[in-house]
Design a protein around this ligand. Structure first.
Ligand code: GDP
Ligand code: MN
Length: 380
């Protein structure tokens, strides 16, 4: 789960990382008022779950409150990486002496947190990572012990020759490691970590991604969820207990079980098609889940055919069939639907679908995939 910059900064603050407070605003009037209250130069920042806001025009400096309000109007009108801007953070502007990068990610291969730092922080860090990876210094650390002070000092000295500045940076790194562990993050990032012209270090931006499994166990983390700021269909899928990941292709896939879903997508590719999504309807599947799955898939305008691949174990084929029929009665989609149903109550499932006359049967996975690809290629 992603959280907003202002939420990440609140967490940083609790762990003793210096941040500038500010105010979250819902419209330009509130932005004007917040800027007036803060006084002086401010930064107006889109709160969306996407990086690269600055480059997209979502971060603007303003010298007066009038200018802040006016600039926020343009920011509220933006869509950044598909996400509309509903909230803006107004915060005091900083005179920057230098921008560093500091971030922790979960390195799944090593099964350890990995702290990464660079002297070349700021909006071009992706380019630095791609073109000059040696400028990013990395160290794994023990999740039981946290980033040890000597590790933090080694990293800090690698990016800052001045001894006293390096000590200050090392202090921030230790705390960032604590943040990562405390909130069960998969990513905790300060970019930029700035040295201010009047001295001191400050987290100017913050990004934290949380481990969904931890969020489920921690009401304090769950409270950070902002359902408005995620894709409506992904949020609906989550609420219905479906694992859904949208992709670029045109074959909508509805499968039970993550492994079978992956195999189905591989087979779509194998036969020259492109899957429109990964969708696992899970174990015991109710008609409501199938209805939701079809609704989510048909909302994707690229989809030209829907492919069901269901292995009935705990998931009963007749339940899925009933879900398909109910969904089609409700949705009136004209998309071709190809179904491969096998396993528990297979005959009953076929019977329900046959009676409805709304789906195309396939006996095997190969047949189903090829038929879906063929149908997707036919212009409606
Ligand atoms: P991002 O583009 O989403 O990463 O947003 P950031 O909050 O990191 O801001 C992008 C860039 O805007 C920073 O790297 C800074 O160069 C600049 N910026 C942001 N806040 C300030 C500020 O208070 N003062 C100055 N001078 N520049 C800022
Ligand atoms: Mn940033």
């Amino acid at each position: 789960m992603n959280i907003h910059e202002y939420q990440a900064k609140t967490i940083f603050g609790r762990h003793g990382i210096r941040v500038h407070g500010g105010k979250v605003c819902l419209n330009p009037t509130e932005v004007g008022e917040a800027a007036q209250e803060l006084g002086g130069r401010v930064v107006v920042k889109a709160q969306v779950h996407a990086g690269g806001r600055g480059k997209a025009g979502g971060v603007k400096l303003a010298d007066t409150w009038e200018e802040a309000a006016a600039k926020s109007e343009a920011i509220f009108a933006l869509t950044i990486k598909g996400l509309p801007v509903r909230k803006i953070l107004v915060t005091p502007a900083v005179d920057i002496a230098h921008e560093y990068y500091a971030g922790v990610v979960l390195d799944r291969e090593a099964a350890l947190p990995l702290m990464m730092v660079s002297r070349e922080g700021g909006i071009d860090i992706e380019q630095v990572a791609a073109e000059a990876p040696e400028k990013i210094i990395k160290t794994h650390f023990d999740p039981a012990a946290g980033l040890r002070p000597f590790q933090a000092r080694q990293l800090a000295h690698a990016i800052e020759p001045d001894g006293s500045k390096a000590v200050a940076i090392a202090g921030v790194l230790v705390k960032l490691g604590q943040v990562f562990l405390d909130v069960h993050a998969t990513l905790a990032e300060i970019n930029p970590l700035v040295e201010m012209k009047n001295g001191g270090f400050l987290a100017l931006d913050g990004k934290i991604n949380l481990d969904d499994s931890a969020v489920a166990l921690r009401p304090d983390l769950e409270a950070l969820r902002d359902p408005e700021s995620v894709d409506a269909h992904q949020e609906k899928a989550r609420q219905m207990g479906l694992s859904y990941i949208p992709l670029e292709g045109n074959i909508g896939c509805v499968v039970n079980g993550a492994g079978l879903a992956m195999a189905t997508m591989d087979l779509v590719k194998h036969f020259g098609g492109e899957p429109a999504n990964f969708l696992d309807i899970g174990g015991s599947s109710s008609p409501e889940k199938v209805v939701a799955a079809i609704e989510i898939i048909t909302a994707d305008k690229n989809v030209r055919a829907i492919l069901f691949n269901i292995f009935g174990g705990i998931t009963r084929c007749d339940h899925v069939a009933q879900g398909i029929v109910t969904a089609l009665e409700r949705l009136k989609t004209t998309l071709p639907i190809v179904v491969r149903l096998t396993g528990t109550n297979e005959a009953e499932g076929r019977e329900i679908l046959n009676r409805s006359g709304k789906a195309i049967f396939a006996a095997t996975m190969e047949e189903a995939v090829q038929e879906a690809i063929r149908r997707a290629g036919i212009k409606a």
